[in-house]
Design a protein. Structure first.
Length: 422
């Protein structure tokens, strides 16, 4: 009994445990199924999101494809530019090195030139060279338009020797001096000069130029040349040299003009010389015009004389024609009439030839240039003489022939009337 009950109890307990285990397994399975379904839904949603993201990425990639190509080209161009930049920087470095060497060489040469220009003789030679260059660039010719180092004696009895004498039309001259001071100017532009020292040196430069103006005015170069303007040109061989002096001493230019000295830089002197060249050209044109006028007047007078000779020759030809026509008229009216009568009487076999007067008359001159020397009275006398030599000439109405032709017609008619009366 107890064993059966125990077995039944065990069986019931086993069944209950099985049921509980099944229910527990079932609940676990259901929970796992729900979790799997939830995970499936999440995975399905993630797959959809991934597909949408992939489609978006594909669309974005399609849109960015031209940009990718452009960026690729830009990268290639940037690479090429970078290579060129490296090459150019290398070349630029070489050029800068060459420029540095050239600058250093120029600095040394400038220092050498500055030290050389400290000597007054060298400064004078350099000024003369600059003056000659300006003279040649302006188109003037040495020993023709200007002379160099001409030695003359001034009105004070002193011997003067200007650097250049420019010739002007009418045997006039302009004196040019090129020995301008510049020692203080060169010292003021040294590398080790302070601003205060530079200002003092530039002031000394202006003072030196003023003293040079006074010395030129005292020499009176213009008095050594005939018909020369009372002025001397002080050539300063550098624009900066003159500009610096005028900046420190603004009244220097007016003071120089008052002392009959003209301060001229290369540009100013070049403009003056070009003006002088234009004056020479104008003078040559005026001389040619005067020669042409004299030749024209001489030619006009000779044409007038030639016209008188031609008129005299025409009058002689007219008188010769008149005498010939008179001879022909007399021959026809006095001689040939008898010859024709002899032919009519059969005393001769050939009829006498018929003589014709000359109907061509010389052409009269009508140009006033050729008839001025004849005078109106001479022409009137010649016309009256021809009219008196042709008493039988009468104008015929409607006839376009000249007076000579009408005289010949009258002679011919007179001869016929004499023949008929005979």
């Amino acid at each position: 009994m107890d064993t059966t009950a125990l077995l039944v109890g065990l069986l019931v307990g086993g069944l209950a445990g099985a049921v509980v285990a099944w229910l527990s397994a079932r609940s676990t399975l259901l929970a796992r199924t729900a979790a799997a379904e939830a995970e499936r839904d999440v995975l399905r949603q993630r797959v959809g999101d991934l597909e949408a993201a992939r489609e978006l990425d594909d669309a974005t990639a399609a849109l960015l494809a031209p940009l990718r190509d452009t960026i690729g080209r830009v990268e290639r161009q940037v690479g090429a530019l970078e290579r060129d930049r490296s090459l150019q920087f290398g070349q630029l470095g070489e050029r800068l090195t060459e420029v540095g060497r050239s600058t250093e060489s120029l600095r040394s040469e400038t220092a050498t030139l500055a030290s050389a220009l400290n000597a007054s003789t060298v400064r004078g030679a350099w000024g003369e060279v600059q003056l000659r260059r300006v003279l040649e660039l302006s188109g003037l010719i040495a020993r023709c338009d200007f002379d160099e180092q001409v030695t003359r004696v001034s009105r004070h009895g002193a011997t003067v020797r200007p650097d250049a004498v420019i010739n002007l039309p009418g045997s006039r001259h302009v004196v040019v001096d090129s020995k301008a001071p510049m020692a203080h100017f060169l010292q003021a532009h040294g590398d080790t000069v302070s601003e205060i020292e530079r200002a003092e040196l530039l002031a000394a430069h202006a003072t030196s130029l003023r003293r040079h103006v006074e010395s030129l005015a005292a020499k009176a170069y213009w008095s050594a040349f005939d018909r020369s303007p009372e002025v001397v040109v002080c050539f300063v061989p550098g624009e900066a040299i003159l500009a610096t002096a005028l900046a420190d001493d603004p009244g220097l230019y007016e003071h120089a003009l008052g002392r009959k000295v003209v301060l001229a830089s290369p540009g100013t002197l070049f403009a003056v010389l070009r003006t002088i060249g234009a004056i020479w050209q104008q003078d040559a044109l005026e001389q040619n015009a005067r020669e042409l006028l004299a030749i024209g007047q001489d030619l006009y007078a000779r044409l007038s004389t030639l016209g008188g000779h031609v008129t005299t020759m025409g009058q002689s030809l007219s008188r010769s024609v008149e005498q010939y026509n008179k001879f022909v008229g007399t021959l026809e009216s006095r001689v040939l009439v008898t010859a024709r009568r002899m032919h009519e009487l059969h005393l001769t076999s050939e009829r006498p030839p018929e003589l014709l007067p000359v109907e061509v008359a010389p052409r009269s001159l009508s140009a006033t240039e050729l008839t001025d020397d004849l005078g109106r009275d001479a022409r009137d006398d010649a016309f009256l003489a021809r009219a008196a030599a042709e008493p039988d000439a009468r104008p015929e109405r409607g006839s376009g022939r000249g007076p000579e032709g009408r005289v010949e017609d009258g002679l011919r008619d007179g001869g016929r009337r004499d023949e008929q009366s005979a």
